[in-house]
Write a new protein. Structure first.
Length: 341
């Protein structure tokens, strides 16, 4: 069973100055009409040119009726979890219960580090802050109150309910699904002890706080995906959790062209401008496949066999509309038997 979503990229004024909100809303309608399962937007305070995701998804929710709405991904560790819980619960109500919170602690990028510093947060301790925030979110979304006591976050019976209302403001989904992001090998190889430490931390977060796992950026290494899935399943078994409840998602950046060379040129130009730091630190081929529709489909089949059941497609191209339409017409039909609607 395979599902497909589209990441709208939010906005890229440095690359496409006219790529504004009305166009994003039009694109979200096209995604729904084209048969995709979800619409996703990114998140960044100032290190990348993006609109604020909750506001944007609220607008998208009024232009769509069926697709799920998610963040791919939100850096929730930079947000006060009380406000985030209320904002996301409101979005879930506005959208009719269609939200998915894809969230991570923040990539190892200088731009992300500067965001933490600007907000007065400890970038080095972002993992602990991330986990504590997720615990608070889940408690508020299921109980309407939190009494969490952690290292950074401490709340004594904080509630979205004064006693004079009918009840606390709650999301339609209780709780909205949380897909925990982890990319242990984002920039490539690291010493075995470092990889093990990253994997152990990721497994704990995914199993304890998540309803799914979202990853990306190692598109040439399906064996790594298999390895981490095995580690997540072991951790779930050891702690009496149900591994099968987790959605396994992969955000894949791609470009569809008439030839691999044509698609590669367009893709490399796009990524080098959008991620100037990471594009220098990573092999661009690890972002995702480029080439003809058949080549794209082959890549999807490989990662589906490795364990992915939800592909979030981000198109590395200036003309997002053309890429969405081409994928819908030439790739989606190749997976009609595997899809669930």
């Amino acid at each position: 069973m395979i599902r497909f979503g589209v990441n709208l990229n939010n906005r890229e004024p440095l690359i496409a100055p006219d790529y504004d909100v009305p166009m994003l809303l039009d694109l979200s309608e096209l995604v729904e009409e084209s048969g995709f399962d979800s619409v996703w937007v990114g998140d960044s305070l100032f290190s990348k040119p993006r609109y604020e995701p909750i506001s944007l998804l609220s607008a998208i929710s009024q232009r769509t009726s069926r697709v799920r709405l998610g963040t791919s991904c939100m850096i929730s560790s930079t947000r006060n979890p009380l406000y985030l819980a209320l904002e996301w619960a409101t979005l879930d109500v506005i959208s009719g219960g269609r939200t998915i919170l894809g969230t991570g602690m923040g990539n190892p990028e200088e731009g992300v580090r500067r965001e933490f510093e600007a907000l007065g947060l400890d970038y080095v301790k972002r993992g602990t802050l991330f986990e504590e925030g997720l615990a608070v979110l889940r408690q508020l979304w299921t109980e309407g109150k939190t009494d969490f006591q952690g290292t950074f976050l401490r709340y004594d019976d904080v509630s979205f309910y004064s006693g004079t209302e009918m009840g606390p403001l709650m999301p339609i989904q209780q709780p909205p699904p949380i897909w925990v992001v982890s990319n242990p090998r984002l920039k490539g190889d690291a010493p075995p002890n470092v990889i093990k430490r990253r994997l152990d931390a990721a497994c704990r977060r995914i199993v304890k706080y998540g309803d799914g796992w979202m990853t990306c950026c190692r598109a040439q290494h399906p064996e790594e995906l298999v390895e981490q899935l095995e580690a997540i399943e072991r951790h779930a078994d050891e702690h009496g959790e149900d591994f099968s409840r987790l959605v396994i998602s992969y955000q894949v950046t791609m470009n569809i062209g008439d030839s691999e060379d044509e698609a590669r040129r367009a893709f490399d130009d796009y990524i080098s401008k959008y991620y100037p730091e990471l594009s220098k630190a990573m092999d661009l081929s690890n972002w995702g496949p480029v080439g003809t529709p058949d080549q794209i489909a082959d890549w999807i089949r490989t990662f589906a066999e490795a364990g992915v059941d939800y592909f979030i497609c981000r198109f590395g191209a200036i003309d997002q509309f053309a890429q969405v339409e081409r994928f819908a017409k030439e790739v989606l039909p190749l997976f009609s038997a595997e899809r669930v609607r």
